[in-house]
Design a protein. Structure first.
Length: 279
C-alpha cells in the first residue's frame, strides 16, 4: 500500500482532535497488555469503573501472514470480531467486522490507497436497513481534499455528507471540515513545539449554523521530562481539563485527569485514573 498518498478522509483534523480528547476521562481504568513473539499473539485485559458500574473485557489480536484477527469479549457477553486482510488486491485493505449476538452489526469495508488518492467503501450487513458509506481523498501528504457520504438504501436518502481539506507541514497541520449535512463547520490547527512532537499547541473552533452556536477550544501538551507529559484544554463554555501522564516503566503508563466547570465552581470536579501495564 502506498505511504505517499493523502491518507484516509477520517485523518483530516484527527491530529488536533486527538490532542484535545485522547486520554481525558472521568473513569477508573486498569489495562494489562501481553505479547507472545513466538505465536504472534497479543492479549489485552481491561477493567473499567464508571460511576457505580464496573465492566471489563479481554481482547486477543493474532496475525497470520497478511491477515489480522481481533476478537474482544466483554462482561456483557458480547463478542466483537474484526478480521483485516492486507493486500488481497494490490494497494487494498479489507476489514470485516461483526458482533455476537447482535447479528445485524456486520460491516464490510474496503480501503484503496494510491499515491495521489484514497477511497473507502463500507457496507453495513444489515437486512433491515442496509447502508453504504463512501469516502474519497485526493492530494498529497502535504495537502488533501476529501469528501464522505452515507446512503440508506431502504429510504433512498443520504444519511450524511461531509467535506474537508487538510494542509500539513512537518511541524504543523491545519484542517477545515464541513459536516452534519452542511450544518457545522470546524477549523483546527495544531503546531508541534519539538522534533519528537511530544509538546504541541492546538486550537479548534466549531460553528453550528442552525443554532448560531460557536464552540472554541484551545489546548496543548508539554513534555516535562522524557517520562512525563502534561496536557490541558479550555473551551469558551468554561470547561477546563487537565491531565498528567507518566511512564512508570518502559511502555507502562499512569494517567491522572480531571475536568472542572469554571462557570460552576460549586460543582465537584470530575477525576479519572488510568493505568496501562505492558510487562
Amino acid at each position: 500500500m502506498s505511504k505517499l498518498g493523502p491518507g484516509l478522509f477520517s485523518d483530516i483534523g484527527k491530529k488536533a482532535k486527538d490532542l484535545l480528547t485522547r486520554d481525558y476521562n472521568s473513569d477508573q481504568k486498569f489495562t494489562v497488555y501481553s505479547y507472545t513473539d513466538a505465536a504472534g499473539l497479543a492479549i489485552t485485559s481491561s477493567a473499567v469503573k464508571k460511576g457505580g458500574l464496573s465492566s471489563g473485557d479481554v481482547a486477543a489480536l493474532y496475525k497470520y501472514k497478511n491477515t489480522l484477527f481481533d476478537v474482544k469479549v466483554n462482561t456483557e457477553s458480547t463478542i466483537a470480531t474484526t478480521i483485516t486482510f492486507l493486500e488481497i488486491l494490490p494497494s487494498t485493505k479489507t476489514i470485516a467486522s461483526f458482533k455476537v449476538p447482535d447479528y445485524n452489526s456486520g460491516k464490510l469495508e474496503v480501503q484503496y490507497f494510491h499515491d495521489h488518492a484514497t477511497l473507502t467503501t463500507a457496507v453495513a450487513l444489515n437486512n433491515q436497513t442496509p447502508a453504504i458509506d463512501v469516502s474519497a481523498t485526493i492530494g498529497t501528504p502535504s495537502i488533501a481534499f476529501g469528501a464522505e457520504a452515507g446512503y440508506d438504501t431502504t429510504s433512498g436518502k443520504f444519511t450524511k455528507y461531509t467535506a474537508g481539506i487538510s494542509v500539513s507541514k512537518p511541524d504543523s497541520c491545519a484542517s477545515i471540515l464541513l459536516g452534519d449535512k452542511g450544518d457545522t463547520i470546524t477549523a483546527s490547527y495544531i503546531h508541534h513545539l519539538d522534533q519528537l512532537k511530544r509538546s504541541a499547541a492546538v486550537g479548534e473552533i466549531t460553528r453550528r449554523f442552525s443554532t448560531n452556536d460557536n464552540t472554541f477550544t484551545v489546548g496543548g501538551s508539554f513534555a516535562v521530562d522524557p517520562l512525563t507529559v502534561v496536557k490541558a484544554k479550555l473551551n469558551n463554555n468554561g470547561k477546563l481539563g487537565a491531565l498528567l501522564q507518566h511512564e512508570l516503566i518502559p511502555k507502562s503508563l499512569l494517567t491522572i485527569s480531571s475536568e472542572v466547570d469554571t462557570k460552576a465552581l460549586d460543582k465537584y470536579p470530575r477525576f479519572g485514573l488510568a493505568i496501562a501495564l505492558k510487562p
